[in-house]
Design a protein around this ligand. Structure first.
Ligand code: SAH
Length: 233
């Protein structure tokens, strides 16, 4: 799947992902068009390749088709008032795309996205990359997107998440399904999380909490992510 959607420009990359059915909705397409991937990749010449890239600190910016898949999966919960947590925000790219999605009516709803990193330099990188675009600077200035430092396995209860999160995206593979993160989901709410099985294979799980607080977990595709770990000393 990777590489086949690459483009020469951001618009072309997004169009190719759309044509191949990896982006399905106009909302995700519009948001990905507004976030220039070149602001988030270390190599400008490879910015519009549909492949992951190293961003230092043993982290990678995921391939655009994976970001598209995550955004599409969470979309029903990314309404204009949504509180969204992006764990392992890394480059900040998906954090910004999620923020564009909840801001799609130009922010009238008050939705917010928080990017959470355990490496301070990567928290800073996500914020710096987002500030490279005018829309990103504006969203940062209005507190609609924010980058914080903490252990993602424990979630985050501040910056709009006091009552829980409408959507949680986890961008690194968890060793176990963290109950604390499920607790921090709102009713209703959805989490997209890669979890490693006993054979070391990773799978995306979609965890849904319905309006009555009932939790349903669905194992979907096999993936390859950086691990959700202790912060380096
Ligand atoms: N969505 C990001 C993915 C970055 S790679 C992007 O596409 O740019 C995974 C990230 O998870 C790394 O930045 C890593 O530092 C972070 N991470 C790993 N364990 C973590 C933890 N316990 N808490 C918070 N972040 C963590």
């Amino acid at each position: 799947m990777a590489w086949t959607c690459s483009g020469r420009t951001n618009a072309e990359l997004v169009e190719n992902l759309f044509r191949k059915g990896l982006i399905r909705s106009e909302i995700v397409k519009g948001a990905m068009e507004k976030v220039d991937r070149a602001h988030y990749t270390p190599s400008p010449s490879r910015a519009y390749e549909d492949s992951p890239q190293s961003i230092g600190h043993a982290a990678t910016i995921s391939a655009p088709h994976m970001h598209a898949s995550a955004a599409e999966s969470l979309l029903p919960f990314l309404h204009s008032n949504a509180r969204v947590l992006d764990i392992g925000s890394g480059s900040g790219y998906l954090t910004a795309v999620l923020a564009e999605i909840v801001q799609r009516d130009e922010g009238r709803g008050g939705g917010r996205v928080v990017g959470l990193e355990h490496i301070p330099a990567l928290r800073d990188l996500g914020e710096r990359n987002t500030a490279r675009g005018e829309r990103g600077r504006d969203m940062l200035g209005r507190g609609r997107v924010k980058f914080v430092v903490g252990d993602g396995r424990k979630g985050w209860r501040r910056d709009g998440g006091e009552e829980g999160w409408d959507a949680i995206h986890v961008g690194a593979a968890a060793a176990v399904m963290h109950e604390e993160l499920i607790e921090q989901l709102r009713s209703p709410g959805r989490m997209f999380i890669p979890v490693e099985d006993s054979r070391g294979q990773q799978w995306i799980w979609l965890v849904d909490k319905d309006g009555d607080g009932k939790v349903k977990k669905e194992k979907t595709m096999g993936v390859r992510y950086v691990s959700l770990t202790d912060a380096p000393k």
